[in-house]
Design a protein around this ligand. Structure first.
Ligand code: PEP
Length: 256
């Protein structure tokens, strides 16, 4: 983390778990575990239907609400889709785009991720742009090349001014929901490479200011070591964000 230049962000991804009525008891438990003063921004990304409940429930703990996906279209005949305008209207402040589960199960590619990030920025929502390599790509020593391509494609046409409102999340696919975490060194190496790509695209200042998160089986035990890395500015957390005590522990790890 480098607090001097950028924000520390701990974001949970609840995926298709929990219910709106479960948010109140979750927050009560979280409140009891969280420190009074927080040294990071806290976000919980839920299915869109739960965002209003998250905004109500998250107020006391200063938890911002985020979505998990958005349509690239502004409006129209796209049954089942949720637009950036609709997310902004119900109070979402953040939204994940390009999560590997969307890429895998919904065949989302880098161009679509780019279009979705732009749609969110248009409506003042911070995109949390996910990138990450597969195990095969890592074993073939293609990690840095592949991540470089993903970052360049995701940020194509996004201005330096807009970049200030973007977050990048490095999520190696092989570490998501598997219990296999990247070592702190592996995670730092890729997050540093992402910052280098951004520096080449936008210059030193914007690169220094962009928050880069690590995601992939981050938990109460390994968070402190990952967050101590100079280019890791927070976490995107799946499984552990569903357990208030564990999530609070990760938030606390940002103060170490
Ligand atoms: C995720 O889904 O973004 C994620 C990182 O999941 P987990 O923490 O469960 O690996």
């Amino acid at each position: 983390m480098n607090r001097k230049y950028r924000k520390t962000v701990i974001a949970g991804n609840w995926k298709m778990n929990q219910t709106a009525s479960g948010i109140k008891p979750f927050m009560e438990e979280l409140k009891a575990e969280l420190p009074q003063t927080k040294s990071c921004d806290i976000v919980l990304c839920t299915p869109a239907v739960m965002i209003p409940a998250m905004i109500r429930g998250g107020k006391e703990c200063k938890v911002a609400a985020g979505g998990q996906d958005v349509s690239k279209y502004e409006k129209g005949a796209y049954t089942g889709e949720v637009s950036a305008d609709q997310l902004a209207d119900i109070g979402a402040k953040y939204c994940i785009v390009g999560h590997s589960e969307r890429r895998q199960y919904h065949h989302e590619d880098d161009m679509l991720v780019n279009a979705k990030a732009k749609a969110l920025l248009e409506k003042g929502i911070i995109p949390i742009i996910c990138v990450g390599e597969s195990l095969e790509q890592r074993e073939m020593d293609l990690t840095i090349e592949y991540i470089t391509y993903q970052v360049k494609a995701a940020l194509y046409g996004i201005s330096a001014q807009q970049l200030r409102h973007c977050i990048i999340a490095y999520e190696p696919i092989w570490a998501i929901g598997t219990g296999k975490t990247a070592t702190a060194q592996q995670a730092q190496e890729v997050c540093e490479a992402i910052r280098i790509v951004i520096r080449k695209m936008y210059g030193a200042r914007p690169a220094r200011a962009v928050s880069i998160l690590y995601g992939g089986s981050m938990n109460a035990k390994n968070a402190a070591e990952l967050l101590a890395q100079p280019d890791i500015d927070g976490g995107l957390i799946g499984g552990a964000s569903l357990k208030p005590a564990d999530f609070a522990q990760i938030v606390k790890a940002t103060t170490q």
